[in-house]
Design a protein around this ligand. Structure first.
Ligand SMILES: [Zn+2]
Length: 334
């Protein structure tokens, strides 16, 4: 079997498909993990810089027992919250890579050297990333019940610390984005006259519908964003996207994001894995936002159409963030 560097488990900050060969991110001052398949007998080392006396930017250490190694075990435990099938593949060598000094977008290189043939049998690009700290506000949308008391529109149990843990579980190993929580108090029920107006109704007052149209309500909700947070996501039962000519909602969606208003909406989903993915996906539109040449407003990171295991794939089923998207959009602190 040809030697090759592999991710320890899915979506852990190793990009096997990166252009130019496998690549990984390592947090500045921290550690990430990688495996070598088919590489028994090879000497795994950091490639020396061409510059004389230049300090190595990264260090690499082989782990005797990957599953019981402290930090790796902690991460695995965390990932098991969402992905019970996650396991460390056996029959491979496992390494801890330490990011001591950022070395630009190209990063440093690890090589697996074959002493017998005097050749390098596998290479790995390592990009050291400083953290990008981002505060997110998560607010449950409220409506009113039959007795006119505020009641959550979302029917899910609201556990902001748990949702924060999911976001960091998805984002930090792959981008070194470190998310913190802003306001988590529920959003105040919207004024019923304003709801009627937003819905283009003749009636003077209206209650919030079960499916909340992103297009009709985003401006009203923008008034309730947490101005101290980078982005506010409102949680609700169902989200509508787009408007037909007759004013009806075009379709129900998992979520939406406006990367200029800095607000998003996410719909309830009983499946925790998909709920966490949707939250991170909508947040990802904001995190990866960019300006086109000559434009004042932002474009949200685009929905992708390829590879359904990608976080930013529209309606996808995974949370992989390729290295080029990471350093090009999500966290260019290399
Ligand atoms: Zn999207």
């Amino acid at each position: 079997m040809a030697a090759a560097f592999k991710e320890v488990w899915k979506w852990s900050g190793v990009d096997e498909k990166a252009g130019g060969g496998p690549a990984m991110i390592v947090p500045h001052g921290g550690v990430n993990f990688v495996q070598l398949e088919g590489g028994s007998g090879l000497v795994v080392r950091v490639k020396k810089s061409a510059k004389a006396n230049s300090r190595a930017k990264i260090r690499i250490t082989e782990l005797a027992d990957a599953v019981t190694h402290g930090e790796l075990a902690t991460r695995r435990q965390a990932q098991l919250m969402l992905r019970p099938e996650c396991s460390v593949p056996g029959g491979r060598r496992t390494f801890a890579v330490f990011g001591d000094i950022p070395a630009g977008a190209q990063g440093a290189e690890v090589e697996a050297f074959n002493p017998g043939t005097q050749s390098v049998d596998a290479r790995l690009r390592v990009v050291v990333l400083k953290p990008r700290a981002v505060k997110i506000s998560l607010r449950v949308l409220q409506t009113v019940d039959e007795s006119n008391k505020p009641a959550p529109h979302s029917k899910l149990k609201f556990e902001p610390e748990r949702l924060l843990a999911y976001l960091n579980l998805i984002l930090t190993p792959q981008t070194n984005i470190v998310v913190s929580l802003g306001v988590t108090a529920p959003a105040a029920p919207l004024d019923e006259a304003r709801i009627a107006k937003a819905l283009d109704l003749k009636a003077a007052k209206a209650r919030l519908p079960e499916v909340v149209s992103f297009d009709r309500f985003k401006d009203l909700l923008a008034a309730q964003r947490d101005t101290d947070a980078a982005c506010t996501i409102f949680l609700m039962k169902k989200v509508g996207s787009g408007l037909n000519q007759n004013g009806s909602i075009s379709k129900e969606v998992l979520g939406r994001m406006d990367s200029n208003l800095n607000i998003g909406m996410v719909a309830d989903n009983e499946d925790t894995f998909f709920y966490a993915r949707t939250l991170a996906h909508e947040f990802g539109h904001f995190l990866g936002r960019y300006r086109k040449d000559g434009e004042k407003t932002y474009s949200g990171f685009d929905d992708l159409r390829t590879d359904s295991d990608q976080l930013m794939r529209q309606g996808g089923s995974g949370w992989r963030i390729p290295l080029e998207h990471c350093i090009g959009y999500f966290n260019p602190n290399y």
